[in-house]
Design a protein around this ligand. Structure first.
Ligand code: XMP
Length: 513
C-alpha cells in the first residue's frame, strides 16, 4: 500500500483517488503524524508527499520525517512535496520569484519511467501549476527530467534512490495525463500490481466484519441512502441474520421511497428489517415550527429517540453499523484552523446513542463515495439505486420553508417525482449532483382555463458539484424545464407557478434551509 503524506493541499484527496483508480490501495496521513513507529507499522510500499500552502524555505515550514527517505521505497513529492524533498536533502528553495498558477507546459528533458507515455524528450506536455516558491538548486544525486518556462526544475529525479519530485499537480483533471504519471509511479517504479479492486475489498471486508463481530448482533440504521444500504448488504453478506436493520420512516422521504427500501431489503435481500413508521411523531413535533435550525434540531432529536427505542428492543445487540466514509475519517491538515461558523447543523441517520454502549462497525470507512457506489454494484444493488443523488437526513422538511404539514409534504413529493422523471427521461440524471423541488410559502395569482388561481410557487433546484462543498447551478436545456413546469402545474394540485434557482454555492447553499 501507498502512503500519502498530507501537507495541507486542498486537493490531497484527489491524489488518493487517482492512486486507487489505478488499483492501488493508499491512505492519507498528516505529515506530523508520520513518525517512525507509524512508518514501521504501516510499512508503505511507496510514499507520495502532497502539496501544501506553506513555503519550504521558511524556518517553521512543515518538514517530512527524514526516515521516509531511508525506507528504500520510492518517494514522489508533488508541488510543496517536491520542495520539501529539496529542502530536506540539500537543495535550496526560494520564495517570491515567478509565481506560476494555472495551465503551463513542461518540456521533457530526459527519459524517465515517471514520464513514460507522456511524450519524448523535447516534447511539451500540458500540466497544472500552483506555486509561489521555486527550487534554485537540487540535491546531489538528482537530475532534471522536465522544465517549464518558470521552473527549471519542473520535474526532478534520483533514479537510483527512486525519489522523484514534480512541481505541478498530476492529480487534478487539468493535468490531462497526470493519472498516467501517478500510475507510472505506483506500477512501474514501485512495482505495485494494481490488484485492489472492489471484489478484493468485498472479500476482505467480509472477513474483517466476521472477525470483529464474532457471534454478536449488529444493528444498522437504514436511511434509504446509498451508504447505509451498501453497509447493510455487506454486513449481511458477512454475518447473515445476526444483522437487524432499523428503518426510521420520518414521513419526509421522497415519493414511494419508504416502500422501495422495505421491498429491496426485506424481499430482495431477505435482511431482517424493522420498519418504524414515525411520520406522526415527526410531523407532530414539527407542527408550527418554521425556523430552519429549529426544524433540524427537532428532526435530529426525534430520530435518535425513535431509533433508540427500537434498537433497545433488539436483544443482545453489541454493535452498531454506520456508513461512515473515508472523507469523514481523514484528518486533513487543510481543515485545521479556528472554529468554523455553523451554517447548518447536520443530521445523519444512525447516530450513536451514547448510553447504549454499542461498538461501531464501519465497513466503509476506507472508501470514497464513488468506491461505495462501485462496491454497491459489486454487491448486486441496482445501479440506479447506488447512483442516486444525495438526500439530506432531515429530508423534505428542509425543502418546505415555513411550517410543514402532511399536505405540503404530499404536494412536494408529487412535484419532486415529476421533476426527477423528466430529468431521467432527458438523460441528464447522472450529469447532475443533486436535483430537487422546493415548495415555497408564497402564493401567486395565475389563470387556468378562464379562471383565476391563487396557489403555491414551486422552485426547482439542480446543481453540479464534486463534493457538495461548492456547487454550480445546472444549465438545463430550456425544453426540459418547460416540460417539467407544464407537467407540475397540470398534475400537482395547488401549484400554479414554477421557478428555477440559478444560485451557486457559495453564496447560496445547495438546500434552501
Ligand atoms: P448545503 O445545503 O449545506 O448541503 O449546501 C450540502 C450537501 O449536504 C446535504 N445535506 C445534508 N446531508 N444531513 C445530511 O446527511 C443533513 O442534515 C444535511 N443537510 C444538507 C445536502 O443535500 C447537500 O448534498
Amino acid at each position: 500500500r501507498v502512503l500519502i503524506v498530507d501537507f495541507g493541499s486542498q486537493v490531497t484527496q484527489l491524489i488518493a483517488r487517482r492512486v486507487r483508480e489505478s488499483g492501488v490501495y493508499c491512505e492519507i496521513h498528516p505529515f506530523d503524524k508520520v513518525g517512525d513507529d507509524f512508518l514501521k507499522a504501516y510499512a508503505p510500499k511507496a510514499v507520495i508527499l502532497s502539496g501544501g500552502p506553506a513555503s519550504a524555505h521558511e524556518e517553521d515550514s512543515p518538514t517530512p520525517n527524514p526516515t521516509l527517505f531511508k525506507l528504500g521505497v520510492p518517494v514522489l513529492g508533488i508541488c510543496y512535496g517536491e520542495m520539501a524533498i529539496c529542502a530536506a536533502m540539500g537543495g535550496t528553495v526560494e520564495g517570491g520569484h515567478h509565481r506560476e498558477f494555472g495551465r503551463a507546459d513542461i518540456r521533457i528533458a530526459t527519459e524517465t519511467p515517471l514520464l513514460a507515455g507522456l511524450g519524448d524528450v523535447g516534447d511539451l506536455e500540458p500540466v497544472w501549476m500552483s506555486h509561489g516558491d521555486v527550487i534554485t538548486a537540487i540535491p546531489e544525486g538528482f537530475h532534471v527530467v522536465a522544465t517549464s518556462e518558470n521552473s527549471p526544475y519542473a520535474a526532478i529525479a534520483d533514479e537510483g534512490r527512486r525519489i522523484y519530485g514534480v512541481q505541478f499537480h498530476p492529480e487534478v483533471a487539468h493535468t490531462p495525463r497526470g493519472a498516467l504519471l501517478l500510475r507510472n509511479f505506483t506500477h512501474t517504479i514501485a512495482g505495485l500490481s494494481g490488484d485492489w479492486t472492489m471484489a478484493a475489498f468485498r472479500a476482505e471486508a467480509v472477513a474483517r466484519i466476521r472477525e470483529q463481530v464474532g457471534e454478536g448482533r449488529v444493528i444498522c440504521g437504514l436511511s434509504g441512502g446509498v451508504d447505509s444500504s451498501v453497509a447493510a448488504v455487506l454486513i449481511h453478506e458477512a454475518i447473515g441474520d445476526q444483522l437487524t436493520c432499523v428503518f426510521v420512516d420520518t414521513g419526509l422521504l421522497r415519493m414511494n421511497e419508504a416502500e422501495q427500501v422495505v421491498t429491496l431489503f426485506r424481499d430482495h435481500y431477505n435482511i431482517p428489517l424493522i420498519h418504524v413508521d414515525a411520520s406522526k411523531e415527526f410531523l407532530g413535533e414539527l407542527e408550527g415550527v418554521s425556523e430552519p435550525e429549529a426544524k433540524r434540531k427537532i428532526i435530529g432529536r426525534v430520530f435518535v429517540e425513535t431509533f433508540d427505542r427500537e434498537a433497545a428492543k433488539i436483544e443482545g445487540a453489541g454493535f452498531l453499523a454506520q456508513g461512515t466514509l473515508y472523507p469523514d475519517v481523514i484528518e486533513s491538515v487543510s481543515a485545521r484552523g479556528g472554529p468554523s461558523v455553523v451554517i447548518k447543523s447536520h443530521h445523519n441517520v444512525g447516530g450513536l446513542p451514547e448510553h447504549m454502549k454499542l461498538k461501531l462497525v464501519e465497513p466503509l470507512r476506507e472508501l470514497f463515495k464513488d468506491e461505495v457506489r462501485a462496491l454497491g454494484v459489486e454487491l448486486g444493488l441496482p445501479p440506479a439505486f447506488v447512483g442516486r443523488h444525495p438526500f439530506p437526513g432531515p429530508g423534505l422538511a428542509i425543502r418546505i420553508p415555513g411550517e410543514i404539514t402532511r399536505e405540503k409534504v404530499a404536494t412536494l413529493q408529487q412535484a419532486d417525482a415529476i421533476y426527477l422523471d423528466e430529468i431521467r427521461k432527458a438523460g441528464l440524471y447522472d450529469s447532475i449532483w443533486q436535483a430537487f423541488a422546493v415548495l415555497l410559502p408564497v402564493k401567486t395569482v395565475g389563470v387556468m382555463g378562464d379562471a383565476r388561481t391563487y396557489e403555491d410557487v414551486l422552485a426547482l433546484r439542480a446543481v453540479t458539484s464534486t463534493d457538495g462543498m461548492t456547487a454550480d447551478f445546472f444549465e438545463f436545456p430550456w425544453p426540459v424545464l418547460a416540460r417539467t413546469a407544464t407537467r407540475i402545474i397540470n398534475e400537482v394540485k395547488g401549484v400554479n407557478r414554477v421557478v428555477y434557482d440559478v444560485t451557486s454555492k457559495p453564496p447560496g447553499t445547495i438546500e434552501w434551509e
